[in-house]
Design a protein. Structure first.
Length: 229
């Protein structure tokens, strides 16, 4: 049975932030979103991975989520991730409708439309964290490593070249799985740096303590996320 308003207030007041999130019947509302700090939003992402990998994935009421969605959206974080079919963002973070903005592009690169999407998600829609999420066994990273040039892929893969250059200088030219996975990590770092360098809005929000910009690499074999400094 859904909680009444007074009971909800009691639960919100006495439970921790993650408990408040887990106590939701439907979608995240403005009150919860705005009460979160950037660190809270990152903690929610990390707890989502824990739930997903430990068999504790939540099952929120779909009808309540749909009905709340009509009233607006208040996602706690935005994720910039690859298009890879083995990296389903909402499943990775045990997220429901209304929880996350998700911007997906091969190689999770910071191209202008993706940066604009993240500016909207944070400055205008109130999300408290941006996660740049790479993953192991990334085909875009492999293509960039090999210097693939074809159609529109040429420009896209060019955005991964800074990470390829750094990783090859560190580990050599061999396209081993471990070298390519290391390149995915470096590519996340490069994308985070590009967001700060190319977006005055995002850099300003981070400097003012209004958002966190964090990175991670999803392991397609284990479902875990290795967090990236
Ligand atoms: Zn990928």
């Amino acid at each position: 049975m859904p909680l009444g308003a007074l009971e909800k207030d009691w639960v919100f007041h006495f439970c921790g932030m993650i408990d408040r999130y887990l106590a939701l019947d439907g979608a995240i509302g403005s009150e919860l979103q705005q009460s979160l700090t950037p660190a809270d939003a990152v903690a929610l992402l990390k707890d989502g991975v824990r739930r997903s990998t430990s068999g504790e994935a939540s099952a929120r009421d779909r009808a309540a989520l749909l009905s709340d969605a009509a009233g607006g959206q208040y996602p706690y974080a935005a994720v910039l991730s690859c298009i890879d079919s083995r990296a389903p963002v909402e499943q990775i973070f045990d997220a429901a409708s209304g929880d996350l903005f998700v911007a997906r592009v091969a190689g999770n690169v910071a191209s202008p439309d993706l940066i604009a999407s993240l500016e909207y998600a944070t400055k205008y829609a109130g999300s408290k964290a941006i996660l740049v999420l790479g993953h192991t066994r990334c085909g875009a990273v492999k293509g960039a490593w090999a210097g693939l040039e074809d159609g529109h892929l040429t420009g896209l893969l060019g955005r991964i070249q800074p990470a390829v250059t750094v990783t090859k200088a560190e580990l050599g030219e061999e396209d081993s799985a471990s070298n390519l996975d290391r390149c995915s990590t470096v590519n996340v770092q490069e994308t985070m740096a590009a967001l700060r360098k190319e977006s005055a809005i995002l850099a300003g929000l981070e400097a003012d303590g209004k958002i966190a910009i964090v990175g991670g690499v999803y392991d397609v074999a284990t479902g875990e996320v290795a967090w990236v400094d």
